[in-house]
Write a new protein. Structure first.
Length: 252
């Protein structure tokens, strides 16, 4: 939490976050354009933002893209000031609606969070239907073999996703490509959901969620962007306290 507040206290770093708020997934060169900062200064600030978890990065070919990560701010809200921070958090999540079509196929949603747990427990939380129902409100039905079918359904049996397993490498990598079923009148091709687990410190895991491969103008892309920060925060709460977060109020 201290790193988050220190990062937000600097006007230059807030300016970089604002740039990513306006258009996510920018390269260093793009972020430097029009700023009264040297390239080295921008790199330094981005490194501090990344250390605080407020920015995540992904390399595609030779390019490195930067993404605004709202999860730490969501955690601040959940811990102390949710009634004041909620409009801000919702606004930051709403940035996902403004992503532009990208011919290079860079990721669209990239989130990271640290969780005090082991890779084995975190892996179980991603694959065990009793646990996914608690924080994700989805229950997987699959053999988990690469190439096998997978469905994700609500605890009441309503099917929300269907597709196939792409990668299953316990306890570090889980990837599946699924088609969204819950949006009435929306028929889009499958998108890809990838969960990556690292253990930079014994007993502390870094979880990276990437949700990408959306078609241009995707309705699903916009809709899932509103839910992922809460899902990841609820997963963290479940593993660290034994209780998931309360479900957010429905907008429908």
């Amino acid at each position: 939490m201290e790193h988050v507040f220190k990062s937000l206290a600097d006007a230059s770093r807030r300016q970089l976050l604002d740039r990513l708020f306006q258009r996510d997934g920018q390269t260093l060169s793009e972020l430097c354009e029009g700023l009264e900062m040297t390239r080295f200064g921008v790199m330094k600030h981005l490194r501090l933002l990344e250390d605080a978890g407020l920015v995540t990065t992904r390399k595609v070919g030779r390019e490195k893209f930067h993404y605004l990560n709202p999860v730490p701010i969501q955690l601040v809200a959940d811990r102390w000031i949710s009634k004041y921070a909620r409009p801000w958090v919702e606004g930051m999540v709403g940035l996902k609606r403004t992503l532009e079509e990208d011919p290079m196929g860079k990721p669209n949603h990239v989130y990271r969070t640290f969780i005090r747990t082991t890779p084995e427990r975190l892996w179980q939380a991603l694959t065990d239907g009793d646990l996914t129902a608690a924080y994700f409100e989805e229950v997987p039905d699959t053999t988990w073999q690469p190439g096998s079918p997978i469905t994700l359904s609500s605890p009441r049996g309503e099917r929300h996703f269907e597709g196939e397993v792409v990668a299953f490498e316990p306890p570090t990598l889980l990837v599946y490509r699924v088609k969204a079923l819950w949006l009435e009148g929306v028929d889009e091709p499958p998108s890809r959901i990838a969960w990556e687990i690292e253990e930079p410190t014994p007993g502390v895991c870094l979880l990276t969620l990437t949700h990408d491969e959306f078609p241009p103008g995707s309705v699903v892309h916009r809709d899932v962007g509103e839910g992922w920060p809460h899902i990841l925060s609820s997963l963290k709460s479940l593993l660290e306290t034994g209780e998931p977060l309360p479900a957010p109020p429905s907008k429908h």
